[in-house]
Design a protein around this ligand. Sequence first.
Ligand code: NAG
Length: 121
Amino acid sequence: MFSKVAILSVFVSLVAGAALDVWAPPITSPTAASVWPIGSTQNVTWDTSNKPAQVTNPNGLLVLSKDGLLDDGRSNPLAANFPLTQGWVLVTVPEVTPGNDYAVVLIGDSGNDSPQFSIIA
Ligand SMILES: *[C@@H]1O[C@H](CO)[C@@H](O)[C@H](O)[C@H]1NC(C)=O
């Protein structure tokens, strides 16, 4: 609990003190129209055009969420340790319950999520 509070306050002071360096690039794929078959390879892309000169945390982490909740949490991400500045990363769609309320959350400097899309069997 203490560490959570500490992390939050560091984050808040980072945002307050250095807003220019916190970058949450908008995800451009998947979109609300995307349909991902389980087991397929998908190219997740985001817009790097508004990248600040200095990116505080250049290592990306991509996590699946379902109905607004992180599905497997950060222990089982779709992709990890890829360069945030690259603007895309390939992922393999995991074996999950099919649904139309999935989203991907891109975590690096800051968090940003895609629109909800579908995963089918
Ligand atoms: C993924 O999409 C991006 C942006 O369209 C493209 O530059 C990149 O080459 C694609 N990657 C693969 C492996 O298809």
